[in-house]
Design a protein around this ligand. Structure first.
Ligand SMILES: Nc1ncnc2c1ncn2[C@@H]1O[C@H](COP(=O)(O)OP(=O)(O)O)[C@@H](O)[C@H]1O
Ligand SMILES: [Mg+2]
Length: 381
């Protein structure tokens, strides 16, 4: 955590949100309240439709630190969207409290609520861009809605953000001409227009292919580092959590069933829901290995556990001589051969010394159609 992201003075929590100074319940922040960006305290949410009641959130307690990328994962219907929408009061809680910068979101009157929503950026699965408007016009909207009329200032901000998200030169394009990944980059730029310190992401990569997902997650991390944002991200994909989150909470039927640093949840999942969410990542790994697998390289002696895919030509044998280049300290843990649509593919699980997380160059040979680091193990001394 970067200490420079803390409040410097008690008034800053208010100033950051640009709220009127008479908002109730603002205390002088001590170190702990300054470190906490969002606190969710005893939150319940019940939807009532006619005579039917759905308890979407049950006694949720979480604190999210400044500058953190905090993941909330759960299966469909777990309550993720409900939870994230309470943070900027797109949904009211039924009971409990949400504090942003130590300000009780539930106590805000209409005017301050509008301001709060402007200062909390949000991005969505389906991007929510206006298709009849250009990228420039989409990005200008939040500034215009906030009453900013200075055209030069609007243009300058749009130029800055297009450059930040890697879309220079796309200002006059309509969203229909952009790829999914580019649309989400516009979504991110739009969310940042009014310089929020908190960014909420609701399944922001769920409509994207794995490669585009990877590039969008890279961008979010970059933005957090450059702008010192706090990011709260909800997803049903563990690969998203493992790629960028610092901590994660697992939501199941409206309850947080476990939470903690990502490496810990990955290496020691306690709840059945967590194990189910991890399953797609760990298909076929032996249990003895799974219990020892960490997401981060450990101290000296760490070995990377790597899944290699080796493709033959058509139904021909596999070029196993390549394995000789992997070095004498590479150990074979598991192997199998698959025939997919007439092609033979070898899948090998190996471990190799990987201090600092670096793999030997031989692992990047083009004949390995996929090289995937599943985690790290540190052999017990
Ligand atoms: N506006 C609503 N009215 C009634 N029920 C809702 C509403 N929104 C969500 N729900 C219900 O609340 C539960 C949690 O939904 P949601 O927060 O969308 O979960 P997730 O985002 O994890 O898929 C589900 O049972 C869903 O059907
Ligand atoms: Mg949802």
């Amino acid at each position: 955590m970067n200490p420079a992201l803390y409040f410097e003075s008690p008034a800053e929590g208010l100033a950051e949100l640009a709220l009127t100074p008479d908002v109730a319940g603002v205390a002088e922040p001590d170190d702990e309240t300054a470190r906490v960006h969002v606190a969710i305290r005893g939150v319940n949410k019940t939807y009532t439709t006619g005579t039917v009641q759905v308890e979407a959130l049950k006694n949720i307690n979480l604190t999210i630190g400044r500058g953190e990328i905090f993941g909330i994962i759960g299966r469909s219907g777990a309550g993720k969207s409900s939870l994230i929408r309470t943070l900027n009061r797109l949904e009211d809680v039924s009971s409990g409290q949400i504090l942003v910068n130590n300000i009780d979101v539930g106590s805000l009157r209409e005017r301050d609520l509008v301001i709060l929503r402007r200062k909390v950026g949000m991005i969505f699965q389906h991007f929510n861009l206006l298709h009849s408007k250009t990228v420039f016009e989409n990005l200008a909207l939040p500034m215009k809605a906030a009453g900013i009329r200075d055209k030069a200032a609007i243009k300058q901000r749009i130029d800055e953000l297009l450059s930040l998200v890697g879309l220079e030169g796309k200002a006059e394009v309509y969203p229909s001409r952009l790829s999914g990944g580019q649309k989400q980059r516009v979504g991110i730029a739009r969310a940042l227009m009014l310089q929020p310190k908190l960014l909420l992401c609701d399944e922001a990569t769920s409509a994207l292919d794995p490669e585009t997902t990877h590039s969008i997650l890279g961008l979010l991390k970059d933005i957090r580092d450059k702008l010192g944002l706090t990011i709260i991200l909800i997803t049903h994909e563990m690969s998203v959590i493992s790629e960028i989150c610092d901590r994660v909470a697992v939501l199941e039927q409206g309850e947080v069933v476990e939470s903690g640093p990502v490496w810990k949840i990955f290496s020691q999942p306690r709840h059945e829901a967590t194990r189910a969410l991890l399953a797609p990542l760990r298909k076929g790994l032996p249990d003895e290995l799974l219990t020892k697998l960490n997401t981060e390289p450990g101290p000296v002696g760490t070995r990377a556990v790597v899944r290699l895919t080796l493709a033959g030509s058509g139904q021909e044998e596999l070029p196993l001589h390549l394995l000789g280049n992997l070095g004498t300290d590479t150990k074979l843990l598991q192997s199998d051969i698959e025939y997919v649509q007439g092609h033979v593919m070898g899948r090998l699980l190996v471990s190799v010394p990987a201090n600092d997380g670096h793999l030997p160059d031989a692992f990047r040979a083009p004949a390995f159609s996929n090289t995937e680091v599943l985690g790290y193990v540190t052999p017990s001394a």
